[in-house]
Every structure is written in C-alpha cells, then in structure tokens.
Design a protein around this ligand. Structure first.
Ligand code: 5AD
Ligand code: SF4
Ligand code: FES
Length: 361
C-alpha cells in the first residue's frame, strides 16, 4: 500500500489487492473480499483467475480428488424455499435406498478407486442415528475409505455417535451468512444452529465442509463476502459454492438464479482467502455451463463429486431441474471426468484426499 493510500484511507487497487492476498497472504477484510467479488474488468478478472490458480498449484499441486456422491434418500422434512426436495413439493417421486442398495453402490465407488463416499440425503426421519451408525459401521468394515455425511441438521449427541462409528467428515452448507436471508429461505432452521453445528463438528474431530448458494433473491456481494469470511472463521476443510437454480415447483420459481461468473469469482476469491481448503466444482455450476468443471479447476477448485447414485434414483434427487448426468452410470461419468481432468493437464488424486490442514491424508 502506498503512503498516499494510507494517508487518504483510499482502498488499494485491484491488482495490488490480489498481489497482497496471493504473495503476502494478507488477511483481507470483508470490504476487500467484496472488492474482489465485484471485479468486472476482463483484465482484472484474468489476474484473479491466475492468482487463484497459482495458490491452488502451490498449496495442492495438480491433483483433483473425486468424492463419490451417493444420494441415498430424497425424503425431506424441511421446506427450504429454493429446493426441489422440499417437503411440500408433491411433484417428485420420493425414494429411500435400502441398506443393501447403498452398500452395493459404495462397493462400486470403492472398486473405481475413489477414496471417499459422500452419503447425502434430505432430512429424512427414517434415517435415525441408530440406522446410520449401522450403515457407517458396515461401510467401514468393507472398505478402507473416508465416509462423509451430508444429511442436514442433527443433535450433538447424534453427531458424536456418527463420529464414534467412524464417520470422517460432515458437509453442511451454511447456505447464506446473512441471518435475515437465511431466515427468509429456511423455515426449519436458523443460521445460528448451522454455525453451532459446524463448530461442534470441528470440536468432535470431523473434517467439515460448508458453503453457500450464489444468486439467492436479495443476496448482495456484501453477503457473499460474508460467506467467505464465515468459512474462514469456522476454519472449514472444504468450501462448496454453487449457483442457485430456480426450481419450477418451489416458491422461488420466478427468481433469476445465480450466474456462473459469480460462482467462479467465489471459487477464486475463496482460494485466495481460505488457502488450504478443498474447493469442489459443483454439479449446479456444471449444469449452468458445460465447461464449468474445467473453468472451475483453472480458477482455484481441486475437487469433483461424481454422482454414484444408481438409476432411477439419481433423476429423482431433483434439487433443481436439468441436473447433469441423470441418465449416466458412475463408470460412464468417471471416464468423462478422467478425460476432462487430463484435458486441462491435471492429475487424478489417489487416496482419501483428506483435509489439507492435516497434510491431505
Ligand atoms: N439450486 C442449487 N442448489 C441447490 N441446493 C438446494 N436446492 C438448490 C437449487 N435449487 C443445494 C443446497 C444444499 C445442497 C445439497 O444443494 O445448497 O446444501
Ligand atoms: Fe431438505 Fe436440504 Fe432441500 Fe432443505 S436443501 S429442503 S434440508 S434437501
Ligand atoms: Fe457424468 Fe460427464 S460427468 S457424463
């Protein structure tokens, strides 16, 4: 920062800000994060992409890790306003995979050499802690792989049971760090609960993943910068950002949704600010743009989550319409992703791809 800008309190220029974040590892203020998110000049955007890509290369190398995403139940007791799985949507076919079906799908993930299964569902009351514990234990007996849960809000005692059963990681996006927006879109929970859960998970030794939606109605760039700042405060191991895609059978059907550009900016700025975290390219991003994965990987991301849910269920896990790969098999998607990874001169990560804060093991 020049003396001049110190004297006047003027904000540093965008290239200077990017340089401070990249080279000096400066802890950016919320206002500075927002300044990066509002970049519109193509040359400045290029600087942002390149800086994020260098930080990723330096801290992680060329590996892209896969997580096998298994959507084992689309039953949900909640009514998040943006989500196609919300309880009040009677327009989708509900399913619950049996334990045998889940284990068979996990076997396929393991056979493909993927070191992590993400067990994702709506907030389904059928899946009590007891049932989930049995499932986690069965997976751990069969495979040396990381188990990630993505099942929404749970009590602390349930979380402790999952941890004891061997669950390694837990994903629960905070969705938006603006408490009033959170309240507007989530009738069943509060931001405070989410944040409390993310902290409790860390204390219990889970690797945690949070993240947010981009483009919720009324969401500002200041809100998005708070999303990154909250992830920094929570010291998360993974940060997932996806564009909100309006679903026609939800109250937000008329909304315009998030853009791919803002999602890339969130990925790149998150890489500069959060540093040693895993950042996935989300299915929602690749739904908006065919090249979303390649661009995301070139702008800070290092993870992809191929869908391992068998047919017909994968089409029925309809968070939004036109989700990618609903007619494909896991094996087909893995071929597709391997080609895409090689085409951008990156490599497939082997093993679990654990927290980068613990050396990635
Ligand atoms: N568009 C994009 N993402 C969505 N999610 C739910 N509904 C939508 C939608 N319409 C995301 C939420 C949730 C994750 C599993 O899916 O952020 O955390
Ligand atoms: Fe249920 Fe999750 Fe959809 Fe909310 S976002 S309605 S908790 S599946
Ligand atoms: Fe499924 Fe490309 S990732 S077809």
């Amino acid at each position: 920062m020049s003396m001049y800008s110190l004297d006047t309190g003027m904000r540093s220029s965008v290239p200077e800000l990017i340089r401070r974040a990249e080279i000096e590892g400066a802890v950016l203020s919320i206002e500075e994060i927002e300044e990066l998110l509002t970049i519109a000049d193509p040359a400045e955007l290029d600087l942002l992409w390149q800086a994020a890509n260098r930080v990723r290369a330096e801290l992680i190398g060329s590996d892209i890790w896969m997580r096998g995403l298994l959507e084992f139940s689309n039953v949900c007791r909640c009514n998040c306003l943006y989500c196609g799985l919300r309880a009040d949507n009677t327009g989708i076919t509900r399913y619950r995979m049996s334990s045998a079906q889940i284990l068979a799908a996990v076997d396929r993930i393991a056979k493909a050499g993927i070191g992590t299964v993400v067990l994702q569902s709506g907030e389904d009351p059928y899946w009590t802690a007891e049932r989930l514990v049995s499932l986690i234990e069965a997976i751990k007996r069969r495979h040396d792989m990381a188990v990630t849960l993505s099942i929404g809000n749970r009590t602390e005692s349930e979380l402790a049971e999952f941890r004891r059963a061997g669950a390694d990681r837990f994903l629960i996006r905070h969705e938006t760090a603006n408490p009033s927006l959170y309240k507007e879109f989530h009738p069943d929970s509060t931001l405070e609960d989410r944040v409390r859960q993310l902290r409790a998970l860390k204390d219990m030794g889970f690797e945690t993943g949070s993240g947010c939606l981009v483009g919720l109605p009324g969401q500002t760039t200041a809100d998005l910068s708070s999303d990154i700042a909250l992830a920094r405060e929570l010291n998360v191991d993974m940060f997932g950002v996806g564009p909100f895609i309006p679903h026609p059978d939800t109250p937000l059907r008329e909304a315009s949704g998030g853009t791919a550009l803002m999602t890339y900016k969130m990925i790149a700025v998150a890489r500069l600010v959060l540093r040693d975290v895993h950042i996935p390219v989300t299915t929602a991003l690749s739904t908006l743009e065919e090249e979303g994965r390649e661009k995301g990987w070139a702008r800070g991301a290092n993870i992809v989550m191929p869908n391992a849910t068998p047919s017909p269920y994968r089409a029925q896990y309809e968070l939004y319409k036109n989700k990618r790969c609903i007619d494909d098999t896991l094996e087909h998607c893995l071929g597709c992703l391997s080609r895409r990874i090689s085409s951008v001169n990156r490599t497939l990560g082997y093993g679990r791809g654990g927290s980068l804060k613990k050396g990635g093991q």
